[in-house]
Design a binder for this molecule. Structure first.
Ligand SMILES: [Zn+2]
Length: 221
């Protein structure tokens, strides 16, 4: 590096990269906890979906105490609805973080502005025996992540375009397939399986099963 021209070029390159952020690719890490429970972080903010729930409710997945102990301070807890296999009021109240869901729309809007590079769009979707249920489209660092929750039909997700990762229960995949609805997403993660439930996918490149708790998905941005 004794050529001065090279040195100047390097300095310019460094200034350029630090100004425009080209040198900082990042990732959103998603950890599957159980049922529809997901932990997402970009290394700065911590967001939980449908967690904490009541472990083992309705015969669905139990989780270890460590899943609760590892919850970071100032996490945001987002819920699709308040059934016990998705939500536990008792556990939510134990943590300092704030709970968001279909019951506090205005608060949900505020959340978008409080997390850097993050926005969330709720969709009112139907779920048996729940008076209120939301599905969500999260846009975080430009990545579009769809959270379906427990809603029974694929119509809402089929109306959303350009999804990067869709988190959906198996019945949404089946409903879309039976009714010839296209889910416009690069990847699908199937969640809310019963312990040891089998679900056959014919396209493992695109569809992964969240059948093992603790599974990690990294979404590069
Ligand atoms: Zn459920």
């Amino acid at each position: 590096m004794d050529n001065p021209c090279k040195k100047i070029l390097l300095v310019f390159a460094l200034i350029f990269m630090s100004t425009f952020g080209f040198s900082q690719p990042g990732q959103i890490r998603v950890r599957f906890i159980g049922n529809c429970g997901l932990y997402m972080t970009d290394g700065t903010s911590n967001i939980y979906f449908d967690f904490p729930y009541k472990s083992g409710a309705f015969g669905y997945m139990k989780y270890d105490r460590s899943a609760l102990d590892s919850i970071k301070d100032n996490s945001a807890f987002l819920f699709t609805h308040r059934h016990p296999d998705h939500y536990s009021k008792k556990l939510v109240n134990k943590f300092n973080g704030k709970a968001y869901g279909p019951w506090n729309k205005a608060e949900l809007e505020k959340l978008s502005s409080s997390i850097p590079g993050f926005s969330i769009q709720p969709f009112k979707t139907k779920h048996r025996f729940a008076s209120k249920h939301n599905s969500y489209l999260v846009t975080w660092h430009g990545k579009r992540i769809y959270i379906s929750g427990d809603t029974e039909h694929a119509d809402t997700i089929a109306a959303v375009h350009g999804i990067d990762w869709a988190f959906v229960p198996s019945w949404i995949v089946t409903d879309a397939w039976e009714r010839q609805l296209k889910i416009d997403t690069k990847k699908i993660a199937v969640y809310h399986l019963y312990p040891n439930e089998q679900f056959n996918v014919d396209n493992p490149e695109k569809i992964i099963l969240l059948d093992k708790q603790g599974k990690v998905i990294d979404i590069a941005y």
